[in-house]
Structure formats: structure tokens, C-alpha cells
Ligand binder design. Structure first.
Ligand SMILES: Cc1ncc(COP(=O)(O)O)c(C=O)c1O
Length: 408
């Protein structure tokens, strides 16, 4: 097996000319996984009727079994969905929330999830209650207290939407404790685990949530379109996907509600077992962690040193293993997005113009984002990255800084 870093990079389909330091957004595919999926697509296209009429059950079952083992789940509680957004929609829309009920989210809840809640709010008169995440966050306890305050104030909360890892800023939430506090108030618990599988060891049966959804295409090296939804047994007959399936439903077997939702390309689901094999073949979680975690700290320190800026303030216990945020020097051409005061329904503020320009001019794919009305660089580290990638990023930003000075 190839060494991590440049050697490993050759085993990915990523464009050779691009420096890729944004793995958590869309993921990146190892060639063996990409090739496996292509073989499935070819097989599907060669005998489409066979594929759709006779194949799905067996191939679904083989793949969901592998994922269930990977995530500490019973096979019977787990289904494939194309992405976390679909998983969240299945749950939030199936719960028959009524006028006067409320859903608890946070100011950092991913924007499409906020939108799902606000749509349900519009359709059914449901309230969306926000935990305004304190800035700076000083400890897990501070966040748990902020949740508890809202839970104790709002009796009408029925569903708590909890993050495992937020996207912007990237923060590891104290999920176990947040589940415990939500349980204390007898709420339903839905976990947005978009960044979880492959990033954090998981045991879905022991988590204590009612629902969990997360992507395999980010940190578990599966293709985009591959995610899972875990549903506690008592809800199997209550939660339905947004689209009906060809398989029968109503006989208590959860997977039948999700298998084959119209004719489409479900090969990302059926590539999951191959992706997990890859993950294990390269040494699994421990080896990935021991390479990526020190590198992400080194990379963030390098950026801070070279750019003369600072780290996003966050206690160590809330740092994610593979993602960091570093302040971007002031650039008049790329100001941060300013959010009006009292605007709790904040969206993720991708600074799309600088994201695109840095790729176009320097061949670097990185996320530039606004948080708390300041501009930040979000970096990720995966097994194909080296410190050199972040040197290039720092140099590109220094070029922008120099140009900015000349224009003044
Ligand atoms: C925290 C979080 N939740 C949900 C999502 C949505 O995931 P998807 O686009 O796969 O539905 C993302 C996307 O990156 C995310 O970062």
C-alpha cells in the first residue's frame, strides 16, 4: 500500500494540476473505488432490465451489511440515502409535526437543514427555535448549557436536530452529552452526521439518538450519492423517504421503503463496501488519524505563521481531527459576508468569488468562508495531502495580499 501523501495522491482520481485541501466538501475518490463503480455502471447499462428487476436486493444487502458493520449498526436499522440532506428530509417531513410544535436547531446548523425546518414550519405552522452558538466557544459545557437553556424554556420542542461536526466553522460537538440533555427533556433526537463516517469512530446502536444520517462520500471514500440513514426500530413504520420505492412497504422491513426509488443510478450505494475495503486496506481509522491529525495542526500553524493571522478560537476538545479554520488577511477585493444583527437564520457564508479565483489562478481548491463577520480559510487534510499543499495555499494568499496593497 502506498505511503500517505504524494504517493497516495496518485491513487486518487483528482486532477494532477490541482492542489486539493477541501476534502470535507465533496470528498475525493480513490481510483479503485471509482473503477469499481464504473464496472457497476457498465454492468447496469449492458443488461438494464436484469439490473433493475433481479439485482438490487442482493447488491443492496451485501453493501448495507458492510456499512452497518463499519458504523456499529444493526443491518435492519440502516438504509442508503443519496446524501445527508435526503436523510434529514425523510425524518423531519415524516414526523407529522403539528402547529405549535417546535424543532430545535442552532445558528450553525447546515443551511439546507435550516431550510428543511423552515419549509416544514411554513407548511405546518411549526416553530424553529435556535440555539445561538456562543462566540468564542470556551468549552463543551458552555454549549451544553446553551442547549439546556433553550430546552428548558421551550416546552413545545419535539425534535432536536443535533450536529456531530459542523461545517462552518468546523467544530466537533459533544454529541453524547447533547443527546443526554435532549433525552432528559424527552425530545426526539435527529443527528446530522454529515462529516461523521470515517472521521469519527461511530457506534450507531449505542449513540442513543432516534435518527442519524451521514455521508460516506466525505471521509469514507465512497462516491457522492452514498450516505446512510439510521432509524431506531420503533420508528421503522413512521419514517418514509421523500420518494416512494418500487419494493413493497408496510411489512415492517425498513429497507424495502428505500430500495429502488424509481429508475435511477444507485451505483454509489453499491460501491460502499468497496470504499470501506479501501479504508481498511490503507490501515483504517488509527492510521488515517495518526497521519492527518498532526498534519492539520501543522498546516494551520504554517498558515498562521506565514499570513500573520490567527487560529479560530476553539477549545481542544472541540477541534475536529481533519479540519481547521485560520483567519484570512484583509483583502479589499474579497470582503467577508456581513450578517445583519439579530439574523439568527444565518446561512453558511461561502465566499464563492475568492474560492473560484484561487482555483482559477493558483489551481487550489480550498474553502474561504465568513464566520462572525470575518473572513476565514477552512482547510482539510486527507491521506493524500502533504504540508507542501498548504505552503502553496499560503503563497497564493500572500500574492493576493501583495496585489491588494498595490491597488490601495
Ligand atoms: C454539517 C453538514 N450537514 C449537512 C450537509 C449536507 O450534506 P449533503 O450535501 O451530502 O446532503 C453538509 C454538507 O457538507 C454539512 O457540512
Amino acid at each position: 500500500m502506498a505511503e500517505f501523501g504524494k504517493e497516495m495522491r496518485k491513487q486518487f482520481i483528482l486532477d494532477d494540476k490541482t492542489t486539493f485541501v477541501n476534502h470535507s466538501a465533496c470528498g475525493a475518490l480513490p481510483l479503485v473505488v471509482f473503477d469499481h463503480r464504473n464496472r457497476l455502471i457498465r454492468e447496469m447499462e449492458q443488461v438494464p432490465d436484469v439490473w433493475f428487476r433481479h439485482k438490487p436486493e442482493a447488491i443492496w444487502s451485501e453493501n448495507i451489511k458492510a456499512v452497518a458493520e463499519f458504523l456499529g449498526s444493526k443491518t435492519s436499522n440502516l438504509v442508503f440515502v443519496p446524501n445527508t440532506t435526503t436523510g434529514i428530509n425523510a425524518v423531519v417531513r415524516s414526523l407529522n409535526l403539528e402547529p405549535g410544535d417546535a424543532i430545535l436547531v442552532t445558528s450553525w446548523t447546515y443551511f439546507t437543514m435550516k431550510d428543511t425546518c423552515h419549509q416544514v414550519s411554513k407548511q405546518h405552522g411549526v416553530e424553529v427555535v435556535y440555539v445561538d452558538v456562543p462566540f468564542p466557544l470556551r468549552s463543551n459545557e458552555q454549549l451544553i448549557d446553551a442547549y439546556e437553556q433553550m430546552l428548558s424554556k421551550h416546552d413545545n420542542i419535539r425534535l432536536v436536530l443535533l450536529d456531530l461536526i459542523t461545517s462552518v466553522p468546523p467544530v466537533l460537538f459533544p454529541l453524547k452529552e447533547l443527546i443526554a440533555v435532549s433525552r432528559k427533556y424527552e425530545k426526539l433526537i435527529l443527528v446530522d452526521g454529515a462529516h461523521g463516517p470515517g472521521h469519527v469512530p461511530l457506534n450507531l446502536e449505542e449513540l442513543g439518538a432516534d435518527f442519524f444520517t451521514g455521508n460516506l462520500y466525505k471521509w469514507a471514500f465512497a462516491p457522492r450519492g452514498c450516505a446512510v440513514l439510521w432509524i431506531a426500530e420503533r420508528f421503522h413504520e413512521k419514517i418514509f423517504p421523500p420518494v416512494t420505492a418500487y419494493a413493497f412497504y408496510g411489512d415492517g422491513e425498513l429497507w424495502k421503503n428505500y430500495l429502488y426509488q424509481g429508475h435511477g443510478d444507485f451505483t454509489p450505494f453499491y460501491t460502499a463496501a468497496r470504499a470501506i475495503d479501501f479504508y481498511r486496506d490503507i490501515g483504517g481509522y488509527e492510521r488515517i488519524l495518526s497521519y492527518c491529525q498532526p498534519l492539520v495542526s501543522e498546516a494551520a500553524n504554517l498558515l498562521v505563521r506565514k499570513l500573520g493571522t490567527w487560529h479560530y478560537p476553539l477549545p481542544k476538545e472541540m477541534q475536529t481531527s481533519f479540519m481547521r479554520l485560520v483567519a484570512l488577511p484583509k483583502l479589499s477585493k474579497y470582503p467577508p459576508v456581513i450578517v445583519p444583527p439579530n439574523e439568527v437564520r444565518r446561512k453558511i457564508h461561502n465566499m464563492l468569488e475568492i474560492n473560484y479565483d484561487v482555483w482559477k489562478r493558483f489551481g487550489i481548491l480550498c474553502a474561504f468562508v465568513s464566520v462572525e463577520n470575518e473572513a476565514w480559510i477552512r482547510i482539510c487534510v486527507s491521506i493524500y495531502n502533504e504540508l507542501d499543499d498548504y505552503e502553496k495555499l499560503a503563497d497564493a494568499i500572500l500574492t493576493l495580499v501583495e496585489e491588494d496593497k498595490l491597488q490601495k
